[in-house]
Design a protein around this ligand. Structure first.
Ligand code: BES
Ligand code: ZN
Ligand code: ZN
Length: 498
């Protein structure tokens, strides 16, 4: 999508007119430069109450000699915050048909830069499709890129242009996350992800990507990553991203679960909907997408990230239930269920994170079905060893309308995960209940202390279980279907505002 900003009254292509509930005729400022036929048509619709301007609704006016228009509901004026504007913008793109054409002019008057920015952000985010795997119909002409003009008041152009530039960069990060997630698992395997990160880094002078391949992971003692990935012909790897690495001081560290396909391994999953387990690398996609959002908007701070990539397959080389593995931390794990593999790869990723002396660590993982049972598709589960830090992340999520809900990190859950008879820890809880919490408690054991000091204080850490939010969220207005790209925006907000 191309976006330009200008004051003035020209209308290119279809007029996009955002309206509050209760509007029964056009304002004088809306009417400027409008063809009389279109003006009277719109006024008729509004007077008759045929368009109520409820949020997430549109009405198209086509076939009028004065041009084409799409009326867009913003809902009640008193409730019209940036979230409403973002949703309204997304609804325009969701409801746009070929007949509207690809040229759109959104007309605002007396609107703030923030709300116009949010409206544009919604349009940018929703302008996404994943059709690389479809043949192009020869008879059908391919639609060009959507070209949007935002008309604002005099004096607003330059600030609005800079805000939109940021939104476009962040949206490119969300779309990268979605592309990675939507890619079929025969094409999105650990080394394919690593190669893509490697190629991507070439676009930026201030980005470094390091790949720890299978042999190096074995040598380094990354027993969690190796155990999960060894059953697959597509070998596991770890990918390390460093942005502005020469900057001094501590930096955020993001860690992602990157299971490019989760069959469950020898503890095989049932067949129904198993295809959805291609999304089990959603955590690593969130991390990569966030790095893209930061790099493309020219963020000058230092940020590091680690993704733990593996394919969880059953085979003669696969790990077995009952195996005991030794992780990078030195801690051993009794693997009681090979389907609880995300925590195994993360145990090495979290421990490795300590080498970077991070300001804080946040991990992202499609970790448990139990989290989906608890929160549905409406919120990510959020655990932390630091209450203030957890609140900051919760608030960053609220600021961009990506909910992350506080969940408890209780000593009892941790205890449940350490009572293996033969190893330091076990990868399965003792009973059926609280599975998302026992998983979080398990991860906590692999969060390093500063400089790995024995009995030192743990680095501030948060765990975000995106099993319910990385895909399948029908109420997410920014997404039609497939991977959502959740939390790239939350992380961009947290990192750039903190
Ligand atoms: N990737 C799954 C979690 C998952 C399941 C995400 C469904 C989204 C939808 C994870 O690796 C897994 O299989 N977890 C098990 C853990 C259990 C064996 C302790 C689960 O949730 O059933
Ligand atoms: Zn699993
Ligand atoms: Zn998994």
């Amino acid at each position: 999508m191309k976006v330009s900003v200008s004051p003035g009254h020209n209308i290119n292509g279809t007029l996009i007119l955002p309206l509050f509930e209760g509007t029964d005729s056009l304002l004088a400022a809306h009417e400027e430069g409008l063809h009389t036929a279109l003006k009277s048509q719109i006024n008729r619709v509004l007077q008759d109450g045929d368009f109520k301007a409820k949020l997430k609704t549109t009405m198209s006016i086509l076939g009028c000699e004065g041009g084409k228009a799409m009326l867009v509901g913003l809902g009640k004026e008193a409730d019209a915050d940036i979230h409403a504007y973002r949703k309204a913008g997304a609804t325009v793109i969701a409801n746009r048909k070929k007949a509207h054409g690809t040229e759109l002019t959104a007309r605002f008057c007396n609107a703030s830069i923030e709300v116009m920015g949010a409206f544009t952000e919604g349009m940018l985010l929703r302008d996404y499709s994943f059709d690389h795997y479809k043949q192009q119909d020869e008879d059908e002409e391919k639609e060009g890129e959507i070209d949007v003009r935002i008309t604002c008041d005099e004096g607003q152009e330059s600030d609005l242009t800079s805000i939109i530039h940021i939104h476009a960069g962040v949206a490119s990060g969300v779309h990268l996350s979605r592309d990675l997630g939507n890619r079929p698992p025969n094409d999105m395997y650990p080394e394919a992800f690593a190669d893509q990160a490697w190629e991507w880094a070439k676009d930026y002078d201030n980005v470094k990507v390091t790949i720890i391949n299978y042999d190096q992971a074995v040598k380094a003692g990354m027993g969690g990553l190796v155990a999960v990935g060894m059953g697959s012909a597509r070998k596991p790897c770890m990918v390390i991203f460093e942005l502005n690495k020469d900057k001094k001081g501590r930096a955020p560290m993001l860690v992602g679960k990157g299971i490019t396909f989760d069959t469950g391994g020898i503890s095989l999953k049932p067949g129904a909907n198993m295809d959805e387990m291609k999304y089990d690398m959603g955590g690593s996609a969130t991390v990569f997408g966030t790095m893209q959002a930061l790099a493309s908007t020219g963020f000058a701070g230092k940020v590091n990230a680690i993704t733990c990539m593996a394919e969880n397959m059953p085979s003669s080389n696969a790990q077995r239930p009952g195996d005991v593995i030794k992780t990078l931390s030195g801690k051993t794990i009794e693997v009681l269920n090979t389907d609880a593999e995300g925590r195994l790869v993360l145990s090495d990723g979290l421990w490795k994170a300590g080498e970077y002396d991070p300001e804080y660590i946040i991990d992202f993982a499609t970790l448990t079905g139990a989290c989906v049972v608890a929160l549905g598709h409406e919120a990510t589960g959020l655990w932390s060893n630091d209450d203030d830090f957890r609140t900051r992340i919760h608030e960053a999520g609220n600021a961009v309308d990506e909910l992350a809900w506080p969940m408890p990190l209780l000593p009892a859950f941790e205890k449940e995960m350490t009572n293996s008879k033969i190893a330091d820890t076990r990868n399965l809880g003792a009973g059926r209940y609280g599975g998302a919490n026992t998983a979080a408690a398990f991860l906590k054991q692999f969060v390093p202390t500063r400089n790995y000091e024995k009995d030192g204080e743990q680095i501030p850490w948060a765990h975000m279980d995106i099993a319910g939010t990385y895909w399948g969220a029908k109420t997410n207005s920014m997404v039609g279907h497939g991977a959502t790209g959740i939390h790239v925006r939350t992380m961009y907000h947290l990192i750039t505002n903190g």
